[in-house]
Design a protein around this ligand. Structure first.
Ligand code: COA
Length: 264
């Protein structure tokens, strides 16, 4: 599938089915403006629809993963009439949603700085691996604003209790602390970052492609239900899933002591 031209992202799809989406505004530490927002949404929609894509790796070129929203762009949005101002925020939320809801697993490779919306992008990914010295922070209050658009994604990842402290303090914290609060899956020394990301991707590639999308959707479907409702949902879920060709192949391969040949 051709991905077309991107101005603020670099896209690369390997033969292994791994789509690399790299934020490409290194001069402003990959701060995101309206173009980045539109292009991220477009890239993740492509990933959703392209059967050749098995896993997406989101990263940033240059010194930082992302310094969050482009503050010059934020200032411009503030000058818009309320309706347009609100629409642009909703479009930005759509970009985060396209990552969180992507039917393919999204791995964030985080280094340097992941501030404001950069912390938000980290939270929107399924699995984030960061360097121990990455600088994270919900720094918005220091700018007289709040982490509004990213809040659902961050709260979902770290919980309300931790969000209350981090949203209010606005302090910067490192990758080790991000791992402790559950924002990232692992924090590793910088020289191990690519190896650990590759290991995570390799692990994902051994699993059923549809099962991975289904696992993401399952968590959403079960969340917030009491046990009785959840059991109704999950019984129906596994009944449909285990009848699919992919599941039949996965289970047969185990019993026949061979590697599965995943069918898309
Ligand atoms: N929006 C717009 N421009 C930004 C930006 C942002 N969020 N973050 C960095 N930039 C720009 C800087 O203004 C600077 O531009 P210039 O070269 O024209 O002066 C350039 O990117 C490089 O930034 P600089 O601060 O010189 O780099 P650094 O490596 O010393 O520090 C950061 C990097 C990310 C620590 C620092 O830029 C920073 O704190 N940025 C703001 C992060 C933030 O609070 N984000 C929340 C937004 S809601």
């Amino acid at each position: 599938m051709a991905y077309g031209d991107f101005e603020t992202l670099e896209l690369e799809l390997g033969d292994d089915g791994v789509l690399h989406v790299r934020l490409d505004r290194p001069d402003v530490r990959n701060a995101f403006n309206g173009t980045v927002v539109d292009e991220l949404t477009k890239a993740f929609r492509h990933a959703d629809n392209d059967g050749d894509v098995r896993v997406v790796v989101l990263s940033g070129k240059g010194k930082s993963f992302s310094a969050g929203a482009d503050l010059a762009w934020m200032q411009e949005q503030a000058e818009l009439p309320q309706e347009d101002n609100e629409r642009s925020a909703a479009v930005m939320a759509g970009a985060f949603l396209s990552i969180a809801r992507c039917s393919k697993p999204v791995v964030a490779r985080v280094h340097g700085h992941a501030l404001g919306g950069g912390t938000g992008l980290t939270a929107a990914a399924d699995i984030a691996i960061a360097t121990e010295d990455t600088s994270f922070g919900l720094t918005e209050v220091k700018l007289g604003i709040v982490p509004a658009v990213i809040s659902p994604f961050v709260i979902q990842k770290i919980g309300e209790g931790r969000a209350r402290a981090l949203f209010l303090l606005g302090n910067r914290f490192d990758g080790r602390e991000a791992e402790r609060v559950g924002l990232v899956h692992r924090a590793v020394p910088a020289d191990q970052l690519d190896g650990v990301v590759e290991g995570i991707v390799a692990e994902l590639l051994t699993s059923g492609p549809r099962a991975l999308g289904s696992a993401k959707a399952l968590i959403r479907a079960v969340h917030g239900h009491d046990l009785d409702d959840a059991i109704r949902i999950t019984s129906r879920w596994i009944a449909s899933l285990r009848a699919t060709p992919e599941a039949r192949e996965g289970m047969a391969a185990f019993l026949e002591k061979r590697k599965p040949q995943w069918v898309q």
